[in-house]
Design a protein around this ligand. Structure first.
Ligand code: TYM
Length: 333
Protein backbone atom coordinates (compact mmCIF):
# COMPACT_ATOMS: atom_id res chain seq x y z
CA UNK A 1 0.00 0.00 0.00
CA UNK A 2 1.03 3.58 -0.64
CA UNK A 3 2.56 5.53 2.20
CA UNK A 4 0.58 8.57 3.41
CA UNK A 5 2.16 11.25 5.61
CA UNK A 6 0.66 14.41 7.07
CA UNK A 7 0.80 16.60 10.15
CA UNK A 8 -0.66 19.58 12.00
CA UNK A 9 0.90 22.15 14.26
CA UNK A 10 -0.10 22.19 17.94
CA UNK A 11 -0.38 25.97 17.95
CA UNK A 12 -3.86 26.26 19.39
CA UNK A 13 -6.03 24.55 22.03
CA UNK A 14 -8.41 23.43 19.31
CA UNK A 15 -8.24 22.55 15.65
CA UNK A 16 -10.76 24.38 13.45
CA UNK A 17 -13.23 23.33 10.79
CA UNK A 18 -10.72 24.13 8.00
CA UNK A 19 -8.19 21.71 9.51
CA UNK A 20 -10.90 19.12 9.94
CA UNK A 21 -12.50 19.30 6.49
CA UNK A 22 -9.35 20.19 4.55
CA UNK A 23 -7.17 17.49 6.06
CA UNK A 24 -8.37 15.41 9.00
CA UNK A 25 -11.40 13.84 7.28
CA UNK A 26 -9.12 12.79 4.40
CA UNK A 27 -6.66 11.31 6.88
CA UNK A 28 -9.41 9.16 8.33
CA UNK A 29 -10.68 8.09 4.89
CA UNK A 30 -7.16 7.17 3.74
CA UNK A 31 -6.84 4.58 6.49
CA UNK A 32 -8.51 2.11 4.14
CA UNK A 33 -6.11 0.72 1.59
CA UNK A 34 -3.14 2.95 2.43
CA UNK A 35 -0.31 2.99 4.92
CA UNK A 36 -0.75 6.24 6.84
CA UNK A 37 1.50 8.13 9.25
CA UNK A 38 0.09 11.15 11.10
CA UNK A 39 2.29 13.46 13.09
CA UNK A 40 1.85 16.27 15.62
CA UNK A 41 4.52 18.69 14.39
CA UNK A 42 5.64 20.24 17.65
CA UNK A 43 9.00 21.39 16.29
CA UNK A 44 7.13 23.52 13.74
CA UNK A 45 5.08 25.02 16.57
CA UNK A 46 8.27 26.31 18.23
CA UNK A 47 8.46 28.96 15.49
CA UNK A 48 5.79 30.93 17.37
CA UNK A 49 7.73 30.67 20.68
CA UNK A 50 4.93 29.14 22.80
CA UNK A 51 5.02 28.88 26.59
CA UNK A 52 6.61 25.47 27.30
CA UNK A 53 3.70 24.16 29.40
CA UNK A 54 1.20 25.37 26.80
CA UNK A 55 3.04 23.65 23.96
CA UNK A 56 3.14 20.35 25.86
CA UNK A 57 -0.59 20.55 26.59
CA UNK A 58 -1.46 21.46 23.02
CA UNK A 59 0.61 18.59 21.67
CA UNK A 60 -1.49 16.12 23.69
CA UNK A 61 -4.71 17.94 22.78
CA UNK A 62 -3.86 17.82 19.07
CA UNK A 63 -3.17 14.08 19.25
CA UNK A 64 -6.45 13.56 21.15
CA UNK A 65 -8.29 15.44 18.39
CA UNK A 66 -6.77 13.18 15.73
CA UNK A 67 -8.09 10.20 17.70
CA UNK A 68 -11.49 11.80 18.28
CA UNK A 69 -11.82 12.40 14.53
CA UNK A 70 -11.28 8.70 13.89
CA UNK A 71 -7.54 8.26 13.39
CA UNK A 72 -7.20 4.66 14.53
CA UNK A 73 -3.81 3.64 15.97
CA UNK A 74 -4.32 0.07 14.82
CA UNK A 75 -4.40 1.26 11.20
CA UNK A 76 -2.37 4.50 11.34
CA UNK A 77 0.92 5.37 12.88
CA UNK A 78 0.47 8.37 15.16
CA UNK A 79 3.44 10.16 16.72
CA UNK A 80 4.99 13.44 17.87
CA UNK A 81 7.66 14.96 15.61
CA UNK A 82 10.21 15.76 18.34
CA UNK A 83 10.21 12.11 19.44
CA UNK A 84 11.96 11.20 16.21
CA UNK A 85 15.28 13.09 16.02
CA UNK A 86 15.79 12.15 12.37
CA UNK A 87 13.43 15.03 11.38
CA UNK A 88 15.86 17.66 12.61
CA UNK A 89 18.81 15.75 11.19
CA UNK A 90 17.43 15.47 7.66
CA UNK A 91 16.43 19.15 7.80
CA UNK A 92 20.10 20.12 7.93
CA UNK A 93 20.98 18.07 4.85
CA UNK A 94 18.03 19.57 2.95
CA UNK A 95 18.89 23.11 4.13
CA UNK A 96 22.22 22.79 2.39
CA UNK A 97 20.42 21.91 -0.85
CA UNK A 98 17.84 24.73 -0.66
CA UNK A 99 18.53 28.05 -2.34
CA UNK A 100 18.21 31.16 -0.21
CA UNK A 101 16.08 32.73 -2.96
CA UNK A 102 14.00 29.58 -3.27
CA UNK A 103 13.17 29.64 0.45
CA UNK A 104 12.53 33.40 0.28
CA UNK A 105 9.80 32.84 -2.31
CA UNK A 106 7.55 30.83 0.04
CA UNK A 107 4.40 32.93 0.28
CA UNK A 108 3.55 31.90 3.84
CA UNK A 109 7.00 33.07 4.93
CA UNK A 110 6.68 36.29 2.94
CA UNK A 111 3.31 37.04 4.57
CA UNK A 112 4.53 36.29 8.08
CA UNK A 113 7.82 38.15 7.77
CA UNK A 114 6.05 41.14 6.22
CA UNK A 115 3.73 41.20 9.22
CA UNK A 116 6.45 40.87 11.90
CA UNK A 117 9.35 42.67 10.20
CA UNK A 118 12.95 41.44 9.87
CA UNK A 119 13.79 41.63 13.56
CA UNK A 120 10.52 40.01 14.62
CA UNK A 121 10.93 37.05 12.26
CA UNK A 122 12.95 34.09 13.49
CA UNK A 123 15.06 31.90 11.22
CA UNK A 124 12.87 28.92 12.12
CA UNK A 125 10.01 30.52 10.20
CA UNK A 126 12.31 30.77 7.20
CA UNK A 127 13.44 27.13 7.31
CA UNK A 128 9.99 25.86 8.32
CA UNK A 129 9.19 24.42 4.84
CA UNK A 130 12.51 22.56 4.83
CA UNK A 131 11.58 20.84 8.11
CA UNK A 132 8.24 19.99 6.49
CA UNK A 133 10.07 18.47 3.51
CA UNK A 134 12.17 16.39 5.90
CA UNK A 135 8.99 15.14 7.64
CA UNK A 136 7.65 13.87 4.34
CA UNK A 137 10.83 12.50 2.73
CA UNK A 138 11.90 10.51 5.81
CA UNK A 139 9.03 8.07 5.31
CA UNK A 140 9.26 7.43 1.55
CA UNK A 141 5.88 9.13 1.32
CA UNK A 142 3.75 8.75 -1.83
CA UNK A 143 0.81 11.03 -0.93
CA UNK A 144 0.42 14.03 1.38
CA UNK A 145 -3.19 14.93 2.30
CA UNK A 146 -3.35 18.67 3.07
CA UNK A 147 -5.36 21.80 2.33
CA UNK A 148 -4.67 24.17 -0.55
CA UNK A 149 -2.50 26.47 1.59
CA UNK A 150 0.23 23.80 1.74
CA UNK A 151 0.56 23.34 -2.01
CA UNK A 152 3.62 25.56 -2.42
CA UNK A 153 5.40 23.82 0.46
CA UNK A 154 4.75 20.50 -1.26
CA UNK A 155 6.19 21.82 -4.50
CA UNK A 156 9.37 22.72 -2.62
CA UNK A 157 9.37 19.22 -1.09
CA UNK A 158 9.13 17.67 -4.54
CA UNK A 159 11.91 19.91 -5.88
CA UNK A 160 14.17 18.92 -2.98
CA UNK A 161 13.38 15.23 -3.48
CA UNK A 162 14.25 15.49 -7.17
CA UNK A 163 17.44 17.36 -6.33
CA UNK A 164 18.52 14.66 -3.86
CA UNK A 165 17.84 11.99 -6.45
CA UNK A 166 19.68 13.86 -9.19
CA UNK A 167 22.74 14.32 -6.98
CA UNK A 168 22.88 11.05 -5.11
CA UNK A 169 21.02 8.49 -7.21
CA UNK A 170 17.48 8.09 -8.47
CA UNK A 171 16.29 5.92 -5.60
CA UNK A 172 17.56 8.08 -2.74
CA UNK A 173 14.07 9.33 -1.76
CA UNK A 174 10.51 8.98 -3.05
CA UNK A 175 9.09 12.07 -4.78
CA UNK A 176 5.71 12.68 -3.07
CA UNK A 177 2.44 13.90 -4.60
CA UNK A 178 0.01 16.30 -2.94
CA UNK A 179 -3.42 14.89 -2.12
CA UNK A 180 -5.73 17.90 -2.10
CA UNK A 181 -9.49 17.33 -2.32
CA UNK A 182 -10.92 20.25 -4.26
CA UNK A 183 -14.34 20.51 -2.54
CA UNK A 184 -12.80 21.11 0.90
CA UNK A 185 -9.26 22.30 0.05
CA UNK A 186 -10.04 25.78 1.31
CA UNK A 187 -12.70 26.48 3.93
CA UNK A 188 -13.30 30.20 4.33
CA UNK A 189 -13.76 32.54 7.27
CA UNK A 190 -17.46 32.95 8.15
CA UNK A 191 -17.16 36.72 8.48
CA UNK A 192 -14.75 37.28 5.62
CA UNK A 193 -15.58 34.53 3.11
CA UNK A 194 -12.77 35.39 0.70
CA UNK A 195 -10.09 34.70 3.34
CA UNK A 196 -9.27 31.18 4.48
CA UNK A 197 -10.49 30.11 7.90
CA UNK A 198 -7.47 30.41 10.18
CA UNK A 199 -6.62 30.53 13.86
CA UNK A 200 -5.16 33.99 13.33
CA UNK A 201 -8.39 35.40 11.84
CA UNK A 202 -9.15 39.06 12.47
CA UNK A 203 -12.45 38.28 14.23
CA UNK A 204 -13.14 35.16 16.34
CA UNK A 205 -16.66 35.13 14.88
CA UNK A 206 -15.31 33.90 11.55
CA UNK A 207 -13.78 30.79 13.11
CA UNK A 208 -15.34 27.46 14.09
CA UNK A 209 -13.11 25.59 16.51
CA UNK A 210 -13.83 21.92 17.05
CA UNK A 211 -13.72 22.32 20.83
CA UNK A 212 -15.79 25.51 21.02
CA UNK A 213 -19.04 25.54 22.97
CA UNK A 214 -21.62 24.22 20.45
CA UNK A 215 -23.97 27.09 21.36
CA UNK A 216 -21.30 29.62 20.38
CA UNK A 217 -20.63 27.74 17.15
CA UNK A 218 -24.33 27.67 16.25
CA UNK A 219 -24.51 31.41 16.79
CA UNK A 220 -21.45 32.04 14.63
CA UNK A 221 -22.96 30.02 11.80
CA UNK A 222 -26.29 31.79 12.07
CA UNK A 223 -24.49 35.15 11.81
CA UNK A 224 -22.19 34.15 8.93
CA UNK A 225 -21.77 36.80 6.22
CA UNK A 226 -23.72 36.01 3.04
CA UNK A 227 -24.87 38.56 0.47
CA UNK A 228 -27.86 40.77 -0.39
CA UNK A 229 -29.45 38.35 -2.88
CA UNK A 230 -31.87 35.65 -1.78
CA UNK A 231 -30.92 32.68 -3.90
CA UNK A 232 -29.11 29.69 -2.38
CA UNK A 233 -26.70 28.75 -5.13
CA UNK A 234 -23.08 27.56 -5.27
CA UNK A 235 -21.05 30.27 -7.01
CA UNK A 236 -17.73 31.01 -5.35
CA UNK A 237 -17.05 34.19 -7.34
CA UNK A 238 -20.45 35.88 -6.95
CA UNK A 239 -21.55 34.29 -3.66
CA UNK A 240 -18.50 33.32 -1.59
CA UNK A 241 -20.32 33.30 1.76
CA UNK A 242 -23.22 31.08 0.67
CA UNK A 243 -20.86 28.81 -1.28
CA UNK A 244 -18.67 28.31 1.80
CA UNK A 245 -21.72 27.36 3.87
CA UNK A 246 -22.79 24.89 1.17
CA UNK A 247 -19.30 23.35 1.08
CA UNK A 248 -19.28 22.85 4.83
CA UNK A 249 -22.82 21.49 4.80
CA UNK A 250 -22.06 19.07 1.97
CA UNK A 251 -18.84 17.80 3.57
CA UNK A 252 -20.40 17.20 6.98
CA UNK A 253 -23.68 15.69 5.75
CA UNK A 254 -22.44 13.71 2.75
CA UNK A 255 -25.14 15.35 0.58
CA UNK A 256 -24.10 16.78 -2.78
CA UNK A 257 -24.14 20.53 -3.42
CA UNK A 258 -26.74 20.01 -6.17
CA UNK A 259 -29.00 18.14 -3.76
CA UNK A 260 -28.66 20.95 -1.20
CA UNK A 261 -29.35 23.67 -3.79
CA UNK A 262 -32.49 21.76 -4.78
CA UNK A 263 -33.84 21.37 -1.30
CA UNK A 264 -33.29 25.06 -0.45
CA UNK A 265 -35.02 26.36 -3.59
CA UNK A 266 -37.43 29.07 -2.52
CA UNK A 267 -36.07 29.13 1.03
CA UNK A 268 -34.00 31.85 2.68
CA UNK A 269 -30.46 32.17 4.01
CA UNK A 270 -31.86 31.95 7.55
CA UNK A 271 -33.17 28.42 6.86
CA UNK A 272 -29.84 27.31 5.42
CA UNK A 273 -27.87 28.71 8.35
CA UNK A 274 -30.19 27.26 10.95
CA UNK A 275 -30.01 23.77 9.43
CA UNK A 276 -26.24 23.99 8.97
CA UNK A 277 -25.86 25.05 12.60
CA UNK A 278 -27.75 21.87 13.58
CA UNK A 279 -25.54 19.72 11.33
CA UNK A 280 -22.35 21.23 12.79
CA UNK A 281 -23.54 20.85 16.39
CA UNK A 282 -24.57 17.22 15.74
CA UNK A 283 -21.01 16.58 14.58
CA UNK A 284 -19.30 18.56 17.36
CA UNK A 285 -21.06 17.05 20.38
CA UNK A 286 -19.89 13.45 19.94
CA UNK A 287 -16.50 14.69 18.69
CA UNK A 288 -15.98 16.65 21.91
CA UNK A 289 -17.09 13.70 24.06
CA UNK A 290 -14.55 11.43 22.35
CA UNK A 291 -11.86 14.11 22.66
CA UNK A 292 -12.36 14.32 26.42
CA UNK A 293 -12.20 10.54 26.79
CA UNK A 294 -8.82 10.49 25.06
CA UNK A 295 -7.48 13.57 26.84
CA UNK A 296 -8.59 12.33 30.26
CA UNK A 297 -6.48 9.21 29.90
CA UNK A 298 -3.00 10.70 29.41
CA UNK A 299 -1.24 7.40 30.24
CA UNK A 300 -3.03 5.68 27.37
CA UNK A 301 -2.48 8.65 25.05
CA UNK A 302 1.24 8.76 25.84
CA UNK A 303 1.46 5.00 25.28
CA UNK A 304 -0.06 5.38 21.80
CA UNK A 305 2.40 8.18 21.01
CA UNK A 306 5.39 6.21 22.38
CA UNK A 307 4.47 3.19 20.29
CA UNK A 308 4.07 5.45 17.23
CA UNK A 309 7.45 7.09 17.80
CA UNK A 310 9.17 3.73 18.06
CA UNK A 311 7.64 2.49 14.81
CA UNK A 312 8.31 5.83 13.10
CA UNK A 313 12.01 5.68 14.00
CA UNK A 314 12.25 2.21 12.51
CA UNK A 315 11.14 3.69 9.19
CA UNK A 316 12.98 7.02 9.39
CA UNK A 317 16.39 5.81 10.60
CA UNK A 318 17.31 3.76 7.51
CA UNK A 319 16.13 6.56 5.20
CA UNK A 320 18.29 9.09 7.03
CA UNK A 321 21.23 6.63 7.02
CA UNK A 322 20.85 6.26 3.25
CA UNK A 323 20.89 10.05 2.74
CA UNK A 324 23.83 10.52 5.16
CA UNK A 325 25.83 7.85 3.40
CA UNK A 326 25.14 9.18 -0.08
CA UNK A 327 25.94 12.73 1.06
CA UNK A 328 29.46 11.58 1.87
CA UNK A 329 29.25 11.77 5.65
CA UNK A 330 31.74 9.34 7.19
CA UNK A 331 29.93 6.44 8.86
CA UNK A 332 30.46 6.23 12.63
CA UNK A 333 31.62 2.70 13.35
P1 TYM B 1 -1.45 23.62 9.75
O1 TYM B 1 -1.18 23.09 11.13
O2 TYM B 1 -1.49 25.07 9.53
O3 TYM B 1 -2.82 23.04 9.20
C1 TYM B 1 -3.15 21.67 9.29
C2 TYM B 1 -3.89 21.23 8.03
O4 TYM B 1 -5.11 21.95 7.87
C3 TYM B 1 -5.19 22.48 6.56
N1 TYM B 1 -5.95 23.74 6.60
C4 TYM B 1 -7.04 24.01 5.86
N2 TYM B 1 -7.69 23.29 4.94
C5 TYM B 1 -8.79 23.84 4.38
N3 TYM B 1 -9.26 25.08 4.71
C6 TYM B 1 -8.63 25.83 5.62
N4 TYM B 1 -9.10 27.05 5.94
C7 TYM B 1 -7.47 25.31 6.24
N5 TYM B 1 -6.61 25.78 7.20
C8 TYM B 1 -5.70 24.82 7.40
C9 TYM B 1 -3.75 22.69 6.15
O5 TYM B 1 -3.62 22.76 4.75
C10 TYM B 1 -3.09 21.46 6.74
O6 TYM B 1 -3.27 20.34 5.89
N6 TYM B 1 2.92 23.08 7.43
C11 TYM B 1 1.75 22.34 7.87
C12 TYM B 1 2.04 21.25 8.88
C13 TYM B 1 3.04 20.23 8.43
C14 TYM B 1 2.84 19.21 7.47
C15 TYM B 1 4.05 18.48 7.44
C16 TYM B 1 1.77 18.85 6.67
C17 TYM B 1 4.30 20.10 8.90
N7 TYM B 1 4.92 19.04 8.31
C18 TYM B 1 4.21 17.38 6.59
C19 TYM B 1 1.92 17.74 5.81
C20 TYM B 1 3.14 17.03 5.78
C21 TYM B 1 0.82 23.35 8.55
O7 TYM B 1 1.22 24.37 9.00
O8 TYM B 1 -0.44 22.93 8.72
Amino acid sequence: PQRIFSGMQPTSDSLHLGNYLGALTQWVALQDGYDPIYCVVDLHALTVNPEPAVLRERTRRTAAQYLAAGVDPSRSLLFVQSHVPEHAQLTWILSCLTGYGEASRMTQFKDKSAKHGNEGTNVGLFTYPILMAADILLYDTALVPVGEDQRQHLELTRDLAQRLNARFGADTVVVPEPYIVKATAKIYDLQEPTAKMSKTASSPNGLVELLDDPKVVAKRIRSAVTDTEREIRFDTAAKPGVSNLLSIYSALSGRTITDLEGSYEGKGYGDLKKDLADVVVAFLEPFQARFHEFLDDPAQLDAVLADGAERAREIAAPVLARVYDRSGLLPAR
